[in-house]
Design a protein around this ligand. Structure first.
Ligand SMILES: Cc1cc2nc3c(=O)[nH]c(=O)nc-3n(C[C@H](O)[C@H](O)[C@H](O)COP(=O)(O)O)c2cc1C
Length: 190
């Protein structure tokens, strides 16, 4: 039986699920979609790995390459939207916020330090993400901590403060939808 969302507990339930997703490799909310707006005003969406969650500060974080198109988009227009779906709870969570880009501050250093060697591989690629290349694999391997530092200049922790949650649950007894903002939560027509 799917536990229906309740107005009084929905915020804690959502942030609890997001926090749980950090530690559970197979948690469906661990790999959300993040949408941004590019320099032409067009929507761009892609899957990322959720890297940090701070319920009290209402922040979510992912990591990306400073050479990627999304980095340029966010620098220009810091608005972003996260999209999560947990099929076990039939729960869609849309989180809207504003991004701050951390490349060479204490936030970036802490995030880089917490990153596994395997996760650093993309930052060591010699070619920027999205560029045309001759062959499929670039064959980058991270040997050790020292070697992985070559990727550090291209590492960015994208931290976003979430101002609004739109939570939709498909439920056999009736679908439920809640908007959560700083002032509280209220029901919306699903
Ligand atoms: C499961 C999965 C996880 C991913 N995680 C990330 C991530 O954490 N950060 C990231 O920049 N790209 C990640 N990607 C790649 C992005 O989806 C995207 O293809 C790439 O970042 C280029 O996006 P852009 O052209 O919009 O900048 C992931 C892709 C998949 C399939």
């Amino acid at each position: 039986m799917i536990e229906p969302v309740q107005l009084g507990t929905v915020r804690d339930r959502v942030w609890g699920s997001l926090t749980a997703a950090l530690d559970e490799r197979d948690h469906p909310m661990r790999t959300p979609v993040v949408a941004t707006v590019d320099e032409h005003g067009s929507p761009r969406a892609r899957v990322v790995v959720l890297r940090a969650v701070e319920p009290d500060a209402a922040t979510l974080e992912f990591h990306t390459d400073t050479r990627s198109p999304k980095f340029a988009s966010l620098r220009e227009r810091p608005s972003l939207a996260w999209l999560f779906y947990d099929p076990r709870a039939m729960l869609q969570v849309r989180a809207e916020g504003t991004a701050t880009l951390h490349t060479d501050d204490a936030v970036a250093d802490a995030s880089w330090t917490s990153t596994s060697l395997a996760s650093r591989v993309p930052y060591m690629a010699s070619v920027a993400p999205g560029r045309v290349v001759e062959s499929a694999a670039d064959g980058v391997h991270v040997r050790d901590e020292e070697h992985s530092r070559q990727g550090r200049p291209f590492f960015c922790a994208v931290r976003s403060v979430i101002r609004r949650l739109d939570v939709l649950q498909l439920h056999p007894d009736g679908h439920r939808r809640v908007e959560v903002v700083e002032g509280g939560a209220r029901w919306l027509a699903p």
